[in-house]
Design a protein around this ligand. Sequence first.
Ligand code: UDP
Ligand code: MG
Length: 334
Amino acid sequence: MACDTTLYLVVPCYNEEEALPETIRQLSQTLQELVDAGKAGEGSRMLFVDDGSRDNTWEVITRAAGENQRVCGVKLAHNRGHQNALLAGLMTAKEKADCAISLDADLQDDISVLGEFMDKYHGGCDIVYGVRSSRKTDTAFKRNTAGGFYSLMKRLGVEMVSNHADYRLMSRRALEALSDYREVNLFLRGIVPQIGYPQDVVYYERKERMAGESKYPLKKMIGFAMEGVTSFSVKPLKLISNFGIFISILSILGLLYALVSFLAGVAVPGWTAIVCSIFLLGGIQLFCLGVVGTYVGKIYSEVKSRPRFHIETETMQGTERGRKAHPLGAPSGF
Ligand code: UDP
Ligand code: MG
């Protein structure tokens, strides 16, 4: 049973010379199994994105490409970070593939579930999220901070799939929709759920890193979390207004207290006026800052000029367009 779905496995790599040879070996074996099982077409490829590595990553990729026709690579001029490298790979794949699956170069994401991703794709899903069934391989610190991060994002009103990193399948039309998001501060995990095409999840167990060391130390992780919050939510700005109102109310109570102390004659002369003005002015200033922040928030959303919708399907003269056209893609609109 031959399959004509071209699948691209997109792998961002930064200083991965130690892990890559084994990754390429295992991935090509798994890809071949998918082709043999009729889940992916002969034209399927592994696309490695060298994110400006300083070691021999690119040499490893070019050598592998010479030996194995399923290996191809793109090299970024500078180290632009995981999210940008991933986007570069996905946008390259969009031109050639019917669907693309992104995964890490250290094979922490279990590649034995790739078949399940393809089953869901053939079943009509445009986006399939790889979700970790447990966080056993993480340190207690990473587990707790990750849990806190997901609940914070939820409270800030950001739609995200919990325990999903960037192990994900996207159909060509989902990739086309993604290319409409023109923001510079990339947080793919927040953007992809906004696309909204039919989606599903595949559960997998995340393993230990195979070789080399993590490129996400604590500092980068905090930066990434901040990026997630500030790229998707203006709630922190609204919090300032609320805090200002709270301080103003508090200052009125303080004012009453200071007046009572003054009348009772227990206050040092001048104290009342100073305390009251500090509180009240502080509250008013914070409130005003919050108001300015609200406008800044609006400018921020406008400047990003994200697409406002993607048309999933359309009925035209009794025929259904869009879903039927899948996986070749349907129009996405502004
Ligand atoms: N990566 C990248 N550019 C960077 C940092 C990381 O392309 O600036 C890649 C890296 O090669 C790996 C993936 O992003 O394929 C995830 O990184 P890592 O495994 O170090 O993160 P962790 O799994 O520890 O969170
Ligand atoms: Mg990793």
